[in-house]
Design a binder for this molecule. Structure first.
Ligand code: ADP
Length: 450
């Protein structure tokens, strides 16, 4: 096992990894940008090293600075968290070339799965259903129109290198296809320095179902069931839960088995997530693999009792998975609400600033993963998430009731947050009955089409 690890991230996930290291008796080194200099969680690490100015590209995304910090601190492994460098195969390669273990999948699998178009090919090879779409990349308007006519509108233009809902455009006719194509290419070029796009059939009002995977370096690969992440705005998740409501058992096991097949085909190990869309007839289609730990991983931790971050570290150290597929049981129901520094009444505009009052919820069944506290300044430079509020109860209705109680106890002042919209969601009949899809929030609260 490692003696010392560096966390190449910030905020709640940095704190989450610090906690896992404490539990495992491993020393932990944090890094920080100038904007995070006073963040309280840094004091919980054994050492904290400044890696540059506030801008992510100058600090958390700067490979050379992170590697220098790792060498100065003499660590044996780096945990990348999510976002930033977590899905950067080049970073994984540099780490391993410097004899520092990258806590994540092998570079080769990251490369193959990181490009959505390549991942689709791999899925087809593994006999996993994919959303109908263009055979390869789309390079010009005429080709786009031909493909769209073959498939039938509506279609979705997607960036091959996409992430965070960027570089995605819905087209319902030739005119919106042409303008969407250029817009998606430009957005992808500026966000990912790769403007390549492809076209998929746009699934109307789908649900988002994803499967948590865990595999070791000895060929064992298992799933830890599903998470339903249908509650989104701008293709970004706001609420996640497990089990997925109203999902027939045979569909559920088929999706889980597909995810494992794909991971094996890709030569994958460590933690990962395979994402699917489910249409109104319960047909499921692969959309992408997230080759890293995800924000919503605690949902799965609650229903399976498996600590995913500890497992990631153990797997990276070469240990075998301590359980088999049949040993993993799904018990009860967990829900996560993402508490973001955003104003839901104002199109989810980011609201960075100082938290003047912070009164977190507690009591039975409540877990709060956060780096925030009273007096904490939410910097404007990064993702707006300030906390993940989770509940765990025997049934879904108990979990909803528990989440309502927790949201009512939660007081945050000084900045606007997503707490009010979560309260509305938890009281909405469509959510309570489990009849929501990825367009529900936008249809209900944003009065605009997805
Ligand atoms: P990103 O990597 O940018 O997060 P994903 O491919 O994971 O993009 O898709 C994010 C979300 O976009 C999905 O959860 C879903 O809401 C929507 N989406 C993606 N592909 C489709 C599709 N073919 N039809 C309808 N919605 C889609």
């Amino acid at each position: 096992m490692f003696q010392r690890i560096l966390v190449a991230n910030r905020g709640e996930i940095a704190l989450r990894v610090i906690r896992a290291c404490r539990d495992l008796g491993i020393e932990v080194v944090a890094v920080f940008s100038e904007a995070d200099r006073d963040a309280p969680y840094l004091k919980l690490a054994d050492q904290a090293i400044c890696i540059g100015p506030a801008a992510g590209v100058e600090s958390y995304l700067k490979i050379a600075r992170i590697i220098s910090a790792a060498e100065v601190a003499n660590v044996q492994a780096i945990h990348p968290g999510y976002g930033f460098l977590s899905e950067n195969a080049h970073f994984a390669e540099v780490c391993r070339a410097c004899r520092i273990e990258f806590i994540g999948p092998p570079e080769e699998a990251m490369r193959r799965l990181g490009n959505k178009n390549e991942a689709r090919k791999l899925a087809k090879k593994a006999n996993v259903p994919v959303v109908p779409g263009s055979e390869g990349l789309i390079t010009d308007e005429n080709q786009a129109i031909r493909v769209a006519h073959e498939m039938g509108y509506p279609v979705l233009i997607k960036a091959a290198a996409g992430g965070g809902g960027r570089g995605m455009r819905v087209a319902r006719n030739d005119i919106s296809l042409k303008s969407g194509l250029h817009a998606a290419q430009q957005e992808a070029e500026s966000a990912f320095k790769d403007g390549s796009v492809y076209i998929e059939k746009y699934i109307e009002q789908p649900r988002h179902i994803e499967i948590q995977l865990l595999g070791d370096r000895h060929g064992n690969m298992i799933h830890l069931f599903e998470r339903d992440c249908s509650l989104q705005r701008r293709h970004q998740k706001l609420v996640e839960e497990s089990a997925a409501p109203n999902l027939p058992e045979e569909v559920r096991s088929k999706i889980c088995e597909s995810a494992v097949r794909l991971a094996k085909e890709a030569g994958y190990y460590n933690a990962g997530t395979c994402e699917f869309l489910l249409d109104r007839d319960n047909n499921f289609y692969f959309i992408e693999v997230n080759a890293r730990i995800q924000v919503e991983h605690p949902v799965t931790e609650l229903v399976t009792g498996v600590d995913l971050i500890k497992q990631q570290i153990r797997i990276a150290a070469g240990e075998k998975l301590p359980f088999k597929q049949k040993d993993v049981q799904h018990r009860g129901h967990a829900i996560e609400c993402r508490i973001n520094a955003e104003d839901p009444a104002n199109n989810f505009r980011a609201t960075p600033g100082v938290i003047t009052r912070w009164q977190p919820p507690g009591g039975p069944g409540v877990r709060l993963d956060t780096h925030a506290c009273q007096g904490y300044r939410v910097p404007p430079n990064y993702d707006s998430m300030v906390a993940k509020l989770l509940v765990y109860q025997p049934t879904r209705l108990d979990a909803i009731a528990c989440m309502r109680r927790a949201l009512n106890e939660f007081v945050v002042e000084g900045i606007k947050t997503t707490i009010p919209i979560h309260r509305e969601i938890m009281n909405h009949t469509a959510f309570i009955e489990g009849h929501v899809d990825t367009t529900f929030i936008e249809r209900t609260w944003m009065q605009q089409k997805a």
